[in-house]
Design a protein. Structure first.
Length: 423
């Protein structure tokens, strides 16, 4: 990597000195001293020289830019070292048909956070790491749940005989992962449920032995089978009785604006989020006729920022055309929320939201609403088309050939099916 030495007269420059209102960044003074990646990121940034707002600090650890204790802790404990991917394992844990406390226990086991005697001795909290039940081995996590004679006898009686050798020879994470994904029915309950409930009761019996709280149980094998069966039946019954949001199939398409109104549809796209990003928009009248459009090759940014750029340029074009009444449709609920309810000053996107609010506050009528993607296909096509264009803004007074068929589809009222929730 080569190191670029800045000229002496650059040392005292501010960002404002490298920005020209109405034009943007003065690239002739920037490009010789920055990498291509930085140039792409700068392309998506605009300096707010209109609203008079002062610079603000934004906390990098929180998407909203606000400091929280939780986000600070996450930053302090962040470890970029390579680690085993546990996503598939935890999906199985949280998908178990068991009570929540059992899921949480299995999650603790997967993270190896259960306080066994071996762990207590390692932390210098006790002098002995011997199992208090069998008195014959180190009380590790795998010993409590599988290796201790008190548990091994139960597993031998409830587990499939053809898998017994592999069952007792694997590591704890492999053991958990394989058995939590096994759903063969064992006397009325899936094996994953029986396995999880037996593991939890193994820990519960161990704690009861330590604190002297175990109640007499003639047949622990029959007990865990009955408990697993009852748990499976109860949870399945709750699923049947639970009320799920009703969904119906509806035909979704673009609808023209009401008489004397114009409609603006905008969309943004980011390949990577953050990644190379674009935006597009189209302005139409009540007959669905093309009144103007644009494509914007932004550079590198997130999807919400790309969506906001689309709204900003769409509003700017509509105001420049002296349109008195405008309907704005966006398929991002997040962006619609920013525009209708506001955004915190510390939010990284607040600068662009303020610029949009500045346009919305002008002397005209603007209505903003969320629509499904099926009603926003033309704007989406324009955003994708912008990936093929040079960096910067490109206005379209005429319909680009690549979107002409979609424009005609919207004019004739074409629609597509979508399953939507109903109240």
């Amino acid at each position: 990597m080569t190191r670029t030495i800045l000229p002496a007269n650059y040392e005292r420059l501010t960002a404002r000195d490298l920005w020209q209102d109405g034009v943007g960044w003065i690239w002739d003074r920037i490009i010789p001293f920055v990498t291509e990646d930085i140039r792409l990121e700068l392309m998506s940034v605009v300096l707010d020289t209109f609203t008079g707002a002062e610079d603000r600090l934004s906390w990098i650890g929180n998407p909203a830019g606000e400091f929280t204790v939780g986000s600070a802790y996450t930053l302090l404990t962040k470890n970029d070292a390579p680690r085993q991917n546990m996503e598939c394992f935890f999906k199985r844990v949280w998908g178990l048909t068991v009570p929540e406390r059992v899921r949480f226990f299995i999650w603790l086991v997967g993270n190896q956070c259960v306080m066994t005697n071996a762990e207590r001795k390692r932390r210098h909290l006790c002098d002995s790491d011997i199992c208090t039940v069998c008195k014959g081995g180190v009380e590790s996590l795998i010993h409590i749940l599988r290796g201790c004679p008190a548990m091994k006898g139960i597993w031998l009686k409830i587990g499939p005989r053809r898998r017994q050798q592999a069952f007792f020879d694997t590591s704890i994470l492999t053991w958990l992962f394989e058995n939590l994904g096994e759903n063969n029915m064992i006397e009325g309950s899936p094996w994953s449920t029986l396995f999880a409930m037996t593991s939890w009761w193994g820990w519960k019996w161990r704690c009861g032995n330590v604190f002297g709280e175990n109640r007499p149980c003639r047949d622990r094998v029959r007990f865990v089978k009955d408990v697993a069966k009852e748990v499976s039946w109860s949870i399945e019954k709750c699923k049947v009785q639970g009320v799920k949001p009703a969904r119906v199939e509806r035909m979704i398409g673009w609808n023209p604006p009401t008489s004397d109104w114009f409609k603006l549809n905008t969309d943004g796209a980011s390949r990577g989020n953050p990644g190379l990003a674009t935006a597009g928009g189209v302005l139409r009248n009540q007959h669905g006729e093309w009144c103007g459009g644009f494509g914007l090759n932004i550079g590198r940014c997130t999807a919400p920022l790309a969506e906001l750029w689309g709204v900003y340029y769409g509003l700017y074009i509509a105001w420049d055309k002296k349109i008195p009444r405008l309907e704005v449709e966006v398929d991002s609920e997040l962006v619609v929320g920013f525009l209708t309810t506001g955004i915190g000053d510390a939010h990284p996107l607040s600068f662009l939201v303020r610029l949009c609010h500045g346009l919305l506050a002008k002397d005209w009528s603007v209505r903003i609403s969320h629509v499904y993607r099926e009603a926003n296909r033309l704007a989406n096509r324009l955003a994708n088309y912008a990936f093929t264009l040079p960096l910067g803004f490109h206005g379209f007074s005429l319909v680009p050939h690549s979107v002409d068929s979609l424009l005609q589809d919207d004019v004739i009222g074409s629609s597509r099916p979508r399953n939507v929730c109903i109240a």
